[in-house]
Design a binder for this molecule. Structure first.
Ligand SMILES: NC(=O)c1ccc[n+]([C@@H]2O[C@H](COP(=O)([O-])OP(=O)(O)OC[C@H]3O[C@@H](n4cnc5c(N)ncnc54)[C@H](O)[C@@H]3O)[C@@H](O)[C@H]2O)c1
Length: 326
């Protein structure tokens, strides 16, 4: 029986990972934690505790109370937020990870930690970025992601903690809002397309980045932790990808479903600089070979599903509002 603690569970990834883990391993087996308590929603359908991962004792207490054998550590500051507050980002991203790894060492837990395309920098080959590549990121987010990958590998080699991770590309989801990353435009654009018929993008039209639809990211996160350890030559962290596009290409795909949709550009130099330092495409052959990674969604199927899900949600909200008035 697996017993899992998820940190940073109230964010974009956790809001969908927790229900998926509960569906796979049972509601009571998955303790969701975050520094903030959600006001309702799926996380409260099972056990939830408020835990600040900067406090190692609080992490240890939650893991021991829950008798956890696995920790999914999602608490972090994302790329754009980290560039606004680099010192805080260093403290949060490194401090929480060290605490989680120490608790895992004491309690004998496996640890999943996401890395990111942000762990690469301008000197990494960009198309594609290999699994084993030069990693000299120029953002504080990237610095913490590379250091995090190394720290997780160190805990595996030195203390036999079963650490595994993925370098997520930009994640697209219709459930929870994105938390301050450079690829957030690829979520905002869908909402604005449906609400306003146009979107003003903070990245240049030709900025190609790696992306993935959230159902694929959630499945990858669970599959890598369930993979046969004997087959793993890599651990922290696997390149995974599903699709690559620019804002202009995504806008053209949305326009196929939403006639008259327009995109304009008002480039934010900070986020553009971050995006320009990242790869245009990842080589995820190691994930495919070592644990059978295979994405299910491409640009066309992701776009169609995003629009359908958001339209259904809007219709349900309209229906509920009409019922309330009546
Ligand atoms: N979303 C993406 O596109 C993306 C891409 C690459 C990597 N990642 C990585 O995936 C992980 C999860 O990302 P996300 O998109 O869900 O982020 P998010 O910002 O949506 O959520 C992070 C959560 O961490 C919580 N948190 C922050 N400080 C905390 C602390 N001290 N203790 C406990 N909780 C704390 C926040 O309240 C928030 O709910 C992060 O490591 C991120 O770097 C995400």
């Amino acid at each position: 029986m697996k017993r899992i603690v998820v940190t940073g569970a109230a964010g974009q990834v956790g809001t969908e990972l927790v229900p998926a883990l509960r569906a796979a391993f049972g509601n009571a087996a998955v303790l969701a934690t975050d520094i903030r308590r959600p006001h309702g929603g799926v996380l409260l359908d099972g056990p939830f505790e408020t835990v600040d991962c900067m406090n190692g004792q609080a992490v240890a207490a939650a893991v021991l109370r829950h008798r956890a054998d696995t920790i999914y550590h999602l608490a972090a500051l994302l790329s754009a937020s980290a560039e606004r507050s680099p010192q805080l980002a260093y403290q949060v991203n490194m401090g929480t990870l060290v605490n989680v790894l120490e608790v895992a060492r004491d309690a004998g837990c496996a640890v999943f930690t996401p890395s990111s395309i942000g762990a690469f920098g301008p000197t990494t080959p960009r198309d594609p970025a290999p699994q084993d590549a030069l990693q000299r990121p120029t953002t504080m987010y990237g610095v913490t992601k590379v250091a995090g990958e190394l720290l997780c590998d160190y805990y595996f080699a030195r203390y036999d903690v079963d650490t595994r991770g993925l370098r997520y590309p930009g994640l697209i989801s219709h459930v929870a809002p994105p938390g301050g990353g450079t690829t957030d435009y690829a979520v905002h654009i869908f909402h604005d397309a449906l609400e306003h018929g146009h979107y003003t993008c903070f990245l240049r039209a030709d900025t190609q980045l790696d992306m993935m639809y959230m159902p694929d990211a959630i499945r990858a996160s669970i599959e890598v932790m369930e993979a046969d350890p004997a087959r793993l030559r890599h651990r922290n962290a696997f390149n995974v990808t599903a699709m690559q596009f620019t804002p202009a290409v995504l806008a053209a795909e949305i326009a196929k479903h939403s006639a008259g949709f327009r995109i304009e550009y008002d480039v934010d130099p900070v986020r553009q600089r971050i995006a320009d330092s990242w790869p245009r495409r990842l080589d995820d052959s190691a994930a495919r070979e070592e644990w059978g990674w295979q994405p299910q969604y491409d640009l066309a199927t992701m776009t169609a599903d995003m629009l359908q899900q958001l339209r259904e949600k809007a219709a349900a909200l309209m229906g509920a509002a009409t019922e309330k008035r009546g």
